[in-house]
Design a binder for this molecule. Structure first.
Ligand SMILES: [Mg+2]
Length: 412
């Protein structure tokens, strides 16, 4: 038998809503990947039935060929489901390659260009009192930067008071001394988004994120010309081809590919280089688990245009999802070596272990997965406004606001 062939590909649903991937080779090397696609767990598992059929027996060293075959070889390509499944497989193959050679993945991407990675945490953002206490908590954890929601569900044209309330919340968080990114989540339409972007400009956010839906590159380019605040986007783009219209139209300043959706370490690395040619910075999106974060960091350590990394440590909706199941479900829960993610003065030191640099507690993953599969997989809530019409939803939690009256209901 050829050495280091893929002998086993397993997926695990684990709380809060993550999908971990375990790949084993004939040389007894185990690599871990993450294919989390929030709300679509069964679709990912279905895509893995196909990947298993195609790649058991393939040489694990040939990452590029496996990536190309997975991407091109079934005629249909791209999109959240196929790309998230491929992402998890790709991350696991890089983990295997690094472990086989005894080096961190960044070593194989050309070596490091920095010793530490700037990071930011999440503070929710819906309630004035909650954002300040969450900001203080993040500071105590060692963060110097955070991200918060701009608004909750909002109508196409809504009350200006909602926008003023957002400005007030951002002001309060800025007053704690933290840098702030404001995530619009594509919830606002153009008439409201351009107002909010202007109102936030004097507060100098690090960036505004998804100011409009990622179907609107032209309109985001118009917004970019109207404000000085950097515009970030990319968590719902899959492959470098999806980034192309945003770059060619000069629509964004910061690319936020998600390593578990965009095509894994291979594609994140390629997107980093591609965006650099447009003077666009890289800030990988990662509200997900430890494997995704470690994979992002491998690229961040080696990419010249990297600026800041999202991380989910103590993120409110992950903690809440775990509590609902009666088990812990945080960034460190499945790690043997959580100390590698220690945040100090706003930074995490470059990962040094072989592969992606995190050791996964396999027993814990298997036990948590056995509990989780007995429950319905996580779903995002549907949001309906006062008139019953559907509003832009989120891949996160929801909170009660003035204009949410129907949750998770069909119109009757
Ligand atoms: Mg976002």
């Amino acid at each position: 038998m050829t050495s280091n062939t893929i002998t086993d590909i397993e997926t695990f649903r684990v709380p809060p809503r993550w999908v971990f991937v375990r790949v084993k080779t004939s040389d007894n090397i185990v690599g871990w990947g993450e294919s989390t696609l929030e709300g679509h767990t069964e679709a990912i598992e279905g895509a893995f039935d196909d990947l298993r059929e195609r790649f058991i027996g393939a040489v694990a060293d040939n990452i590029q060929d496996i990536w190309q075959t997975a991407y091109m070889g079934r005629f249909y390509r791209g999109g959240p489901v196929l790309m998230s499944a491929l992402s998890g497989l790709d991350i696991a193959l890089w983990d295997i390659k690094g472990k086989k050679l005894g080096v961190p993945v960044w070593h194989l991407l050309g070596g490091k260009v920095r010793d530490r990675i700037k990071v930011y945490g999440w503070i929710g953002g819906d309630h004035p009192s909650a954002v300040v206490s969450a900001a203080v908590e993040r500071k105590a954890q060692g963060f110097t930067a955070v991200k918060m929601n701009g608004t909750d569900a909002i109508s196409w044209i809504d009350s200006p008071e909602l926008l003023e309330a957002t400005v007030e919340r951002v002001k309060q968080v800025r007053s704690t001394g933290l840098d702030v990114g404001v995530d619009f989540h594509g919830r606002l339409h153009k008439g409201m988004a351009k107002q909010l972007a202007k109102l936030l400009e004097p507060l100098h956010p690090m960036f505004i994120e998804e100011p409009l839906l990622p179907t609107q590159p032209e309109e985001i380019a118009d917004l970019s010309n109207a404000i000085s605040t950097p515009i970030a986007l990319g968590e719902r783009l899959f492959t470098r081809w999806d980034f192309r219209p945003y770059l060619e139209r000069r629509a964004i300043d910061i690319a936020q590919p998600d390593v578990s959706h965009c095509g894994g370490i291979s594609e994140l690395h390629r997107i980093a280089s591609y965006t650099e040619t447009y003077d666009v910075a890289l800030a990988p999106h990662c509200p997900l688990g430890p494997i995704a974060l470690a994979a992002c960091m491998q690229v961040a350590i080696s990419a010249p245009n990297f600026v800041i990394q999202e991380m989910s440590w103590k993120m409110h909706y992950n903690i809440a999802a775990g509590e609902a199941l009666g088990i812990e479900a945080d960034l460190h829960t499945y790690m043997v070596n959580p100390e590698v993610f220690a945040v100090k003065d706003g930074y995490i030191a470059a990962l040094q272990g072989p592969g992606i640099g995190v050791e996964i507690d396999e027993d814990h993953v298997r036990k948590a997965s056995e509990i989780y599969v007995k429950h319905a997989p996580w779903r995002n809530p549907l949001w309906r406004g006062e008139d019953g019409s559907l509003q832009e939803c989120t891949a996160a939690h929801r909170s009660d606001t003035h204009n949410l009256v129907h949750i998770n209901q069909f119109i009757s």
